[in-house]
Design a protein around this ligand. Sequence first.
Ligand SMILES: [Zn+2]
Length: 72
Amino acid sequence: MKHTPFALPLMLFAPLALAHPGEHPGGMLNAIAHLLSEPDHLAMALIAVVVGVAGARFFRRRTAARILAKRR
Ligand SMILES: [Zn+2]
């Protein structure tokens, strides 16, 4: 997967940036448990995954089309 390095940070940080206002009290483990248990974070993570997959498919198809165009 050529574009995974670009999609992975988006998937990891989009929920932190967009889920809800306010901070996450407690330590790192509390924050991770919160991120994996709250529906708002999971919804944002799902959206990020869908956007990442759609972007990867788009770039893969565009690259394949360019390769086919060069062969002609
Ligand atoms: Zn939260």
